[in-house]
Design a binder for this molecule. Sequence first.
Ligand SMILES: NC(=O)c1ccc[n+]([C@@H]2O[C@H](COP(=O)([O-])OP(=O)(O)OC[C@H]3O[C@@H](n4cnc5c(N)ncnc54)[C@H](O)[C@@H]3O)[C@@H](O)[C@H]2O)c1
Length: 405
Amino acid sequence: MSIDLPAVGTRPRQRRNGPRDPARTKPVADTTSPYGLFRSLQRAKKPTSTVGIGVIGYGYWGPNLVRNFAEQGSARMVAVSDLSVEHLSEVHARYPHVKVTTDCADVIADPDIDAVVIATPVSSHFELAMRALKVGKHVLVTKPITADPVQATELIDAAEQRGLVLMVDHTFVYTGAVQTIKQMVHSGNLGELYYYDSVRVNLGLFQKDVNVLWDLAVHDLAIMDYVLGQQPVAVAATGSAHVPGHQVNLAYLTCYFDGSLITHHHVNWLAPLKIRRTLIGGARQMIVYDDLEPSEKVKVYDKGITIAGDPQGARETLIGYRTGDMWAPQVSLVEGLRTETQHFLECVTHGRQPLTDGHCGLRLTRILEAAAQSLSQRGQPVALADGGATSMQGSVELELMTRSA
Ligand SMILES: NC(=O)c1ccc[n+]([C@@H]2O[C@H](COP(=O)([O-])OP(=O)(O)OC[C@H]3O[C@@H](n4cnc5c(N)ncnc54)[C@H](O)[C@@H]3O)[C@@H](O)[C@H]2O)c1
C-alpha cells in the first residue's frame, strides 16, 4: 500500500509544560503538504485536555509504544515518523487518524504534539531528544538514554532548564514482578543483601550501533538500580565478539558495591534458548525472578545458611543449612509499558518527576561506560566516581578480586 508522505513544512515553537493551552493562538496550518493538511483537519476536532504524542521510530519497539499511547484515554496519538515507508503504511492501516511522515522534523515541530517519544537506535537518541527539548516538547526516550554520560547530562540540563519531563523507557521497572521485588527488598524481608545475579540470553538480533551490554544488560542495570537503590563503586566486564566487524555479542558484567553486595549480569545474543532469570540472595530469604514464567514470575525461597561460632575465626565457624517454604507472591500481570506510558502522561500533565528520569538513565550510562573501559582492558575493574569511571590501582583492585573470589 502506498501512502502520501509529507514534505517538511512545520514551524518550531516553544512550549514549557503539559497539554497546550486552547486559548493560545495557533500558527496557520501549512496546507501545501499532506502532513500540514492532515494536521489542520485533525486540529479542528481534537480534544485539548489530552497529551498530544508523536512517536519517532516504528521498527520493533515503536509499535508497542504507539499501541499503548493509543489506548490511554489521557493521550492523543498525533503522529508517527519512521524512515521506512513500509513501516508507516502499517501505522496508517492500523491508526488511520494518525499522521505519518518520514521526516522526524515534522513531529518535533508539530504544535499539536506535547511530548515526543523516541524509539530509534541508540546513536540517534541524543540528537532527537535534544531537538525535541529545545522546541519545548517533553521527551520519553527508549533505553539506554544516550550513547554516553556527557550526552545524558546535557539532556537532563536541557529538560530541567525548560521545566520539561525527560523520562527513559526502562520498561521492566514498571512491571508487577519488579514492583513486587522492590517491595520485598525494601521491606527488609530478605535480610542483608548478598548478591543479584541475572542471565539475559537468546538468539538475539545483532545490533549495529551498540554492544550486547548497552542493548541487554541495560535492562538488568535498570532493574538493579531501582530494586537496590544504591550505586556500584566499581565494575568489571569481560566479553567476546564472535562475528567479524560486529561488536561484543557475549559479556559478563560484575558490579561491586560498598560492603559485600555484588551483582553479576550475563548477556548474550548467541544463545540457543531464551533465558530471563535473576537470583537475588539475602541473608534471610532469596528470590528467583523468571520473566518467561507466564504467571509465577517471582518465587521467594525461605532458604539460607546459619553461621555458628565466631564469624571472624574461620576454623570455628560452622555453617548450617536452613530450608523453609517456597511461595509465589501474586504479581500484577498488567503490561509494564501500559503502566509506564500512564506514568509518563501523569508526569507531563502534573509536572512530576518520573520514576525513571534522566538521572536514572545517566547512572546507567556511567556504569556502561565504565564496563566498556573494563572490557577493553580484559576485565580490569574500573572504579565509579561521581563524575564517571577511573581505572583502578593495585590495592583496591586486589581487594575487589579477593571479594569476588
Ligand atoms: N524496552 C524494551 O524492552 C526494548 C526492546 C527493544 C528495543 N528497545 C529500544 O528501542 C529502540 C529502538 O529499537 P528497535 O529494536 O525498535 O530498533 P529498530 O531498528 O527495529 O527500529 C528503529 C526504527 O527507527 C527508525 N528510525 C531511525 N532513525 C530515524 C529518524 N531519524 N527518524 C525517523 N525514524 C527513524 C528506523 O527506520 C527503524 O524503523 C532502541 O533504543 C532500543 O534499545 C527497547
